[in-house]
Design a protein around this ligand. Structure first.
Ligand code: ATP
Ligand code: MN
Ligand code: MN
Length: 372
C-alpha cells in the first residue's frame, strides 16, 4: 500500500503553452469528466466556469502518469475546489455524481443535440428548449424558421456528427489543393487544426491558404468560392460564416478513399461533370465540414499558430502574452503594448512559429505537443 508520505506530487508549469502535451493521456477518465462539465458550462453560457474546467483538464492531460492519490495533486496549478471535488469523487467512487447527473439531464442532452446542428449556437438552442423543442424531430415539426446554414446543418446532421478520418482529410486536401492551384497557381495550402497536431480524426478539416507574394492573396477566397460553386454537382452546400476570411464548405465526398479511387477522383475532378458518375459508382456520399482561411504571407506564421490549436493552447498563449509579456497575440499579429513613449504600440514581425514563441519568451512547442 502506498502511504501519503511516499507519494511524489506532480509538477507542471502554470500556462498550457509552457507544457508539452501529446495525444497520449494517462488521465482520460478524469479529463473526460472535467471536459463534460466544461462543455455543459459553455452550453449554458458560463464561459468562465467552462475555461476553469478546461484548464484543470489540461493540467491532468500533461501529467506523465495516472493520478491515483489526491496528494499527488498538491501544488498543481489551475485545479480549483470544484475540479478537485470531481477528481476526488472519481478516485474514490469510480464516478462523479455531478458528471453522471449532468450527462443524464434532459437539458444537457437537448443542448448537445441542438447545438450539434451546424449554425446553431447555445442561445438559439436555449430559446428552442424553452419553447419545448428538445430533439431534431421536434425541431422539424415546430415550423421554426431556419437560416441557410441551419437548414444545411439539419439536413446533414448525421454526416457532420460523424468524425472525419485522416484519410478523408488528406483526400479533401487534394481536392481543395487542386481548386486553389487552378485559381492561383503559386498559392500554398496547409492543413492546420487538429490534424496538424497529429489527431487521426476531427470534427472538421482546417486549411490555411497563402500566397508567396504579399497582396496576391487578395480576392483569392471569392475566386476559390466561385470555382467550387461552379462545380455544384460536387458539393452539397457552401456556407459563408460570420467571420471574415473564413468559409465553411460542406463537401459531399466519399467515406472510404482508397488511394486508387482517390487518383481517379482527382483526375476526373477537373472535368466536373464526370466527377459525380465516379462517385456514384465508387461509394457513398457524405458531407464534411471544411474551414478555409486565407492569410497574407506577412501574417502567415501568426495564422498558422492561431489555427493549429488546440483551442485551450491558443487561449493560454494569448493569456501568457497579455499577462506575462504585456503583448497582444492574435491570428494576425503580435503587438507590444509596452511602448509607452509612443502613442502607438509596436507590431512585432515573425516569419515562423519558432520566432513567435521566441518573441513571447517561450520554449518552442511543436504542433503534436500542443494538445492541451
Ligand atoms: P477538431 O479536430 O475537432 O476539428 P480542432 O482543434 O481542429 O479540433 P477547430 O474548432 O477546427 O478545432 O479549430 C481549429 C483551430 O482554429 C483552433 O485553434 C481554434 O482556436 C481556431 N479557431 C476556430 N474558430 C476560430 C475563429 N472563429 N477565429 C479564430 N480562430 C478560430
Ligand atoms: Mn478542426
Ligand atoms: Mn475548424
Amino acid at each position: 500500500a502506498v502511504n501519503d508520505s511516499e507519494v511524489t506530487p506532480f509538477s507542471v508549469p502554470g500556462y498550457a503553452c509552457q507544457r508539452r502535451c501529446t495525444l497520449e493521456n494517462h488521465n482520460a477518465v478524469l479529463t473526460d469528466a472535467l471536459s463534460l462539465l466544461a462543455e455543459n458550462a459553455e452550453l449554458s453560457d458560463e464561459d468562465g466556469r467552462g475555461v476553469a474546467f478546461r484548464r484543470a483538464a489540461a493540467v491532468l492531460k500533461a501529467l506523465p502518469s495516472a493520478v491515483t492519490n489526491m496528494s499527488q495533486l498538491t501544488g498543481l496549478p489551475c485545479l480549483g475546489g470544484h475540479s478537485l471535488r470531481v477528481i476526488k469523487d472519481i478516485l474514490e467512487n469510480g464516478t462523479s455524481s455531478e458528471v453522471e447527473s449532468t450527462k443524464e439531464s434532459e437539458r444537457f442532452k437537448a443542448l448537445k443535440v441542438l447545438t450539434g446542428i451546424f449554425g446553431v449556437g447555445s442561445k438559439t438552442a436555449d430559446r428552442w428548449i424553452r419553447e419545448g423543442i428538445h430533439n431534431l424531430q421536434q425541431l422539424r415539426d415546430s415550423g421554426q424558421t431556419l437560416n441557410r446554414a441551419q437548414q444545411a446543418g439539419l439536413e446533414h446532421y448525421d454526416d457532420i456528427k460523424q468524425p472525419v478520418s485522416l484519410a478523408e482529410a488528406e483526400a479533401i486536401r487534394g481536392i481543395v489543393g487542386r481548386a486553389v492551384a487552378s485559381v492561383s497557381p503559386e498559392a500554398q495550402i496547409v492543413l492546420t487544426g487538429g490534424f496538424r497536431r497529429g489527431k487521426l480524426t476531427g470534427h472538421d478539416v482546417d486549411f490555411l491558404i497563402t500566397h508567396p507574394e504579399e497582396g496576391s492573396e487578395v480576392g483569392l477566397m471569392p475566386k476559390l468560392v466561385s470555382w467550387l460553386e461552379s462545380r455544384v454537382s460536387f458539393y452539397a452546400a457552401l456556407l459563408i460564416s460570420k467571420q471574415p476570411k473564413m468559409i465553411v464548405v460542406m463537401f459531399k465526398s466519399i467515406v472510404t478513399f482508397s488511394k486508387i479511387l482517390l487518383n481517379v477522383i482527382s483526375g476526373i475532378f477537373l472535368y466536373g461533370q464526370k466527377f459525380r458518375a465516379v462517385l456514384e459508382m465508387g461509394g457513398r456520399w457524405r458531407a464534411v465540414r471544411v474551414d478555409l482561411v486565407v492569410s497574407p504571407i506577412s501574417q502567415f506564421a501568426f495564422a498558422l499558430l492561431g489555427w493549429t490549436g488546440s483551442k485551450l493552447f491558443e487561449r493560454e498563449l494569448r493569456r501568457w502574452a497579455g499577462h506575462e509579456k504585456g503583448m497582444s497575440l492574435s491570428s494576425h499579429a503580435l503587438y507590444d503594448n509596452k511602448q509607452l513613449s509612443c502613442l502607438q504600440g509596436r507590431y512585432i514581425r515573425a516569419s515562423s512559429e519558432e520566432e513567435i514563441f521566441a518573441h513571447l519568451g517561450l520554449e518552442f512547442i511543436p504542433p503534436n505537443e500542443r494538445n492541451a
